[in-house]
Design a protein around this ligand. Structure first.
Ligand code: LLP
Length: 421
């Protein structure tokens, strides 16, 4: 559910007409709805209501905008970060360090130092060499680092290959079958306090079965580790719950279904559960608003050329992802069309031969469910400035990331002496 609705024939976000934002800020522009963020946090929390004090750490990579993070901080969420940059963003937005978990296969010594300095809740380690490095870094600071190992359960998440992480051939986690050895080695590292187990098998999961299979393996490991004398107090079940992108497809499991499964599987675990949801919190809370530049005849269907491109919303070209595309002021007429951006690649295509609201040059269209992995994956390819972002609450709105002037892009480069005239 979201708060992008048609009122008197035109799309509004909460009480603000989309067209008013386009007129003031220009297009393309990302627009986020606070009420939708609030709703998704409360629905996710309600799904986990029967657990004792779970830590919900928002996966910052899904949407690191400071205003979005501040909204989630006020709602009491923690953060799952994967770089020093994400850690600093989370802290700056008011997320307390004791709600921050640090994931990722390539943490550097500098990033470890930064996270130890802030006193984060947990490092999710992904290899034995990483454990050794963190122990050394912590010791050099006179500290002990609270850690979990992310295990690779060798479970197929059944999602797009580029966002599957839990198969043995993927780069993530330690092999499940070697976990006891890895934990025994970690116990001997004086800079580590081994407190948990973690798992994350992929993103945009539309079936609970692979998640359940992975969680069952985590539960068995927690039991074995405790029997071997490890003081395991946390289990981090990662993120991954899918969201509806295509209204013609069956709905993915709801947070209530997910929570019921988690509650059933984990009922005897003597640990605090942690979660790292990203998409399910922010996905439907955002839309990318764009204006039609022109409509061009195509061989089979017209090309609707919009002013947003693959650099603004990469998901369709990278994962063949489907985003609902709606006219902001539909006439009621519909026809097949191809929706493309201005970038000089055929991959800069948002939809082919899609049944769409008929639109003309100058009309506004909204790419829905763009709040997760949208602006955060934007780039400046074709020398297009980064997309601005707007946050709405009720009848108020604010630019929460301004559109940079093109000069900023140009001035970012330097011409060396030998080329200067
Ligand atoms: N935890 C870890 C360790 C992760 O790697 C991720 C996402 C999450 C949590 C959050 O997963 P979520 O709840 O959002 O599914 N750019 C891709 C998605 C990449 C996901 C990367 N990891 C996309 O646009 O679909």
């Amino acid at each position: 559910m979201d708060h992008f609705d048609y009122v008197d024939g035109a799309m509004q976000v909460e009480q603000v007409p989309m067209a008013a934002i386009a007129d003031a800020v220009g297009t393309p522009v990302y627009i986020y709805s606070t009420a939708t963020l609030e709703r998704h946090v409360s629905v996710f929390r309600a799904g986990l209501a029967s657990l004792d004090n779970p830590l919900i750490a928002f996966a910052v990579k899904a949407n690191p905008n400071a205003a979005v993070l501040a909204t989630l901080a006020q709602l009491g969420l923690g953060a799952d970060v994967v770089s020093g940059g994400e850690l600093l963003r989370a802290v700056a937005a008011g997320i307390p360090a004791d709600r921050i978990v640090f994931s990722g296969v390539g943490k550097t010594a500098d990033e470890m130092r930064l996270a130890l300095d802030h006193g984060i809740f947990q490092f999710n380690l992904e290899s034995e060499p990483e454990a050794e490095m963190l122990s050394d870094v912590a010791l050099s600071m006179g500290r002990r680092a609270p850690v979990a190992y992310r295990i690779n359960p060798d479970v197929d998440a059944g999602t797009h290959a580029k966002i599957s992480t839990g198969k043995s051939e993927n780069k993530f986690g330690i092999p499940y079958d070697r976990a006891l050895e890895s934990y025994a080695a970690a116990r001997d590292l004086p800079g580590l306090d081994v407190q948990g187990v973690a798992v994350h098998i992929g993103s945009q999961l539309t079936d609970l079965a692979p998640l359940e299979a992975a969680f069952v393996k985590v539960g068995a490991l927690v039991e074995k580790l405790r029997a071997a004398g490890h003081d395991i107090r946390t289990a981090d079940l990662g993120g991954g719950l899918g969201v509806p992108y295509d209204p013609s497809q069956p709905l993915p499991p709801s947070p209530a279904d997910y929570g019921a499964m988690v509650t059933r599987v984990t009922q005897d675990w003597p640990v605090r559960l942690m979660f790292e949801p990203g998409r399910v919190i922010v996905g439907n809370a955002g839309a990318l608003l764009s204006r039609v530049v022109r409509v061009k005849q195509g061989a089979k269907a017209p090309f609707v050329i919009v002013d947003a491109a693959m650099n603004d919303l990469l998901r369709p070209s990278l994962y063949d992802a489907w985003h609902d595309i709606r006219a902001v002021a539909p006439t009621g007429e519909r026809a097949a069309a191809n929706v493309v951006g201005p970038v000089c690649e055929t991959g800069d295509t948002f939809a082919m031969h899609r049944d769409l609201d008929v639109v003309q040059a100058g009309d506004l269209v909204a790419f829905m469910t763009a709040g997760a992995y949208g602006a955060t994956m934007a780039g400046t390819y074709n020398s297009r400035p980064l997309t601005p972002e707007v946050l709405v609450t009720g009848d108020k709105w604010a630019v929460v990331r301004a559109r940079p002037p093109i000069e900023a892009l140009i001035e970012g480069d330097t011409i060396p002496d030998w080329l200067a005239q």
